[in-house]
Design a protein around this ligand. Structure first.
Ligand code: RTP
Ligand code: MG
Length: 142
């Protein structure tokens, strides 16, 4: 499997729970490297733009309200099969359905406050990484 990148966000609930380091540790133990990172408090416009694909969904307003409710940590992860590997580490969207040992099973409290975001495809990853990072803010591992 080829080396690729994915975009990850530690959402406001997980930042508030003080588990940034525990989540980073899971990425690194799974062979993913953090090649870009920043902490930020998303504006309404940033959150709406990021989740634009969900604009017509009934949960869109709640999603934007939640994502702007506190600081997040945004990172690009690099490694073999990074997109799928990160989705496996995250677990199902609804923590009640997430497999034991996944980030959402361990740290998420609800389908809204579900601890992490991860790109769902290579194409999404490319768009989402460019949404948050300039090329000179990404530090590939050689
Ligand atoms: P994410 O984009 O945040 O990584 O989550 P995901 O791919 O697992 O789920 P997605 O379908 O992309 O939905 C984005 C976020 O919207 C909220 N959601 N609520 N009430 C609902 O039925 C519902 N469905 C989705 C979740 O917080 C989800 O993470
Ligand atoms: Mg998604």
């Amino acid at each position: 499997m080829a080396t690729e990148r994915t975009l990850s966000i530690i959402k406001p609930d997980a930042v508030a729970k003080n588990v940034i380091g525990e989540i980073y540790s899971r990425f690194e133990k799974a062979g993913l490297s953090i090649v870009a990172a920043k902490m930020m408090h998303l504006t309404q416009e940033q959150a709406e733009g990021f989740y634009a694909e969900h604009k017509e969904r009934p949960f869109f307003n709640d999603l934007v309200a939640f994502m702007t409710s506190g600081p997040v940590v945004v990172q690009a992860l690099e490694g073999e099969g990074a997109v799928l590997k990160n989705r496996d580490l995250m677990g199902a969207t609804n923590p009640k359905e997430a497999e034991a040992g996944t980030i959402r099973a361990d740290f998420a409290s609800s389908i809204d406050a579900n601890a992490v975001h991860g790109s769902d495809s290579a194409a999404s990853a490319e768009r989402e990484i460019a949404y948050f990072f300039n090329d000179n803010e990404i530090c590939p591992r050689g």
